[in-house]
Design a protein around this ligand. Structure first.
Ligand SMILES: Nc1ncnc2c1ncn2[C@@H]1O[C@H](COP(=O)(O)OP(=O)(O)O)[C@@H](O)[C@H]1O
Ligand SMILES: [Mg+2]
Length: 464
């Protein structure tokens, strides 16, 4: 296994010190912040969380085979404990160090929705071209990004980071840490609108990812119909970056034409500045075709062999809760599981997807979209046209979805309840063989309870 962290590199990256008398050699092959998932050989960083203190687990980490522990509170006198001023700052130091010694192509993905999908598509496409390091899950914040970089093997050909935000000011420092050669913006939509104030403010924030590009030598890839295009143009100009607009019209440098969508996915003809050819993504829905367009354009900008990248993308599958389709209730009902999260843009995309893939009745199960603040009423009510176009019956839970539910024509009203646990049995009872049911809501709306209720019998029967 590749050694990521030697004793000297750890000390240099963190400005920390092992005990003076300790001469033990360190060969960290991974980085961990959680002893429950720690692998032997990992460097364990004792972070302070909201409800936990990693220092309490230092001894357990060493017992489980950690190569070293990075700490700022005293947690024993083991020679493998590296003392630093602050463990989060130390992890950020490791991130900068690992970034500096990496000579491959660095890609960063941000946006209101679609970050993880594009990151995973890039992972699939680039892995076919060379060793690719990628963020785990949605590790996109002040600890997820540095953890991803701290784990980056210097010899990788590609690294893909996801950069997220809930508040203004979060993107720029993360972009400066990642220093991408290629930056992708998936969407600017009203996720976290309550905290950000306006779509314009969200666009301004997302555009700051371009500040991480190298002067005169970076590429930004942005949807042509993005809100606040002028912010992207302005920062690209400042960084002397190549800005590629992605869309469906001939004036776009990155263009998809002849898009054919079916229940399995989408095929399209891809036009890039120096490459053209047929591409396909095996995830249904227009939004997934848009994501694939961005991912392939980014792979090309990072120097990937496009024949391989296109073939690699074919191995991408939508993740759990992000559009994966399963048969439930003894194979009688198709379940479109979108329960992972929700924002206005992704609920509209999921409703379109329901309309696209359903063959029988189309049932939408919707929980509240959170973090919309004063915009909540308007954003929930504004889903009505998408619901009318794509659903035959609608089940809702949560105070905000009540607004949508009450505006529905009576024929579309399934049921409304205050929370997902009380809604689950009502949905179950209403479903009939041949139905397709789409379940979506913010993580805090716990729509996974409805998913679990529909999967209950199948779990007892055993795996399909
Ligand atoms: N381009 C897009 N437009 C609208 N919705 C999307 C898009 N890409 C993904 N989604 C939907 O948004 C939700 C979150 O997707 P994900 O890729 O995890 O985004 P993020 O990492 O930005 O939260 C999923 O339900 C997914 O189906
Ligand atoms: Mg994500």
């Amino acid at each position: 296994m590749t050694v990521l962290w030697s004793r000297a590199d750890l000390e240099a990256a963190t400005s920390g010190r092992f005990p003076p008398s300790s001469a033990v050699a360190i060969a960290g092959t991974g980085v961990s912040i959680d002893t429950r998932t720690l692998q032997p050989g990992d460097v364990f960083i004792a972070l302070i969380g909201e409800n936990s203190n990693g220092h309490a687990h230092a001894a357990a980490a060493l017992a489980a085979g950690a190569a070293a522990v990075v700490a700022h509170e005293s947690c024993g006198d083991d020679p493998r404990i590296l003392m630093v001023d602050d463990t989060l700052a130390a992890m950020q130091g490791m991130a900068r160090f690992a970034r500096a010694r990496f000579a491959g192509h660095m890609l960063a993905v941000t946006g209101s929705v679609g970050k993880t999908s594009v990151k995973d598509m890039l992972h699939a496409a680039l892995s076919a071209c060379g060793p690719t390091h990628c963020a785990v899950a949605s590790y996109n914040n002040h600890w997820g990004v540095p953890l991803t970089l701290a784990r980056l093997p210097a010899a990788s050909a590609y690294c893909v980071c996801e950069i997220g935000m809930n508040h203004a000011g979060e993107i720029h420092p993360l972009a400066a840490m990642v220093r991408p050669d290629v930056a992708v913006v998936t969407t600017v939509a009203s996720s976290h609108l309550g905290l950000m104030g306006s779509r314009d403010a969200i666009a301004r924030e997302k555009a700051e990812i371009l500040l991480g590009l190298p002067q005169g030598n970076g590429t930004g890839i942005v949807p042509a119909d993005v809100t606040g295009a002028e912010y992207f143009r302005r920062i690209a100009e400042l960084m002397k970056a190549r800005l590629l607009w992605a869309g469906h019209t001939p004036d776009c440098a990155v263009q998809a034409t002849d898009v054919i969508s079916d229940t399995q996915g989408s095929g399209f003809y891809l036009h890039l500045p120096e490459w053209q050819g047929v591409a396909r993504v095996n995830a249904p829905g227009r939004h997934m075709a848009d994501n694939a367009l961005l991912a392939l354009a980014a792979a090309h900008a990072a120097g990937a062999d496009m024949g391989r990248a296109v073939a690699g993308l074919a191995t991408f599958r939508p993740g759990a809760g992000r559009g994966a389709i399963a048969k439930v209730m003894h194979d009688n009902v198709a379940l479109l599981d979108e329960s992972y999260n929700a924002s206005p843009a992704s609920v509209r995309a999921a409703l379109d997807l329901l309309g696209l893939v359903a063959t029988g009745r189309r049932i939408a199960v919707l929980g509240d979209m959170l973090e919309l603040g004063a915009f909540a009423r308007h954003e929930h009510a504004s889903l009505l046209p998408a619901v009318r176009a794509n659903a035959d019956a609608v089940f809702c839970c949560g105070p905000n979805m009540k607004i949508l539910f009450d505006s529905l024509p009576p024929a579309l009203r399934g049921a409304w309840t205050p929370d997902s646990s009380t809604l689950a049995p009502l949905v179950r009872t209403a479903l009939r063989a041949g139905d397709t049911v789409m379940i979506k809501g913010s993580l805090g709306s716990r729509m996974r309870h409805v998913v679990a209720a529909l999967k209950a019998d199948d779990a007892r029967v055993g795996p399909a």
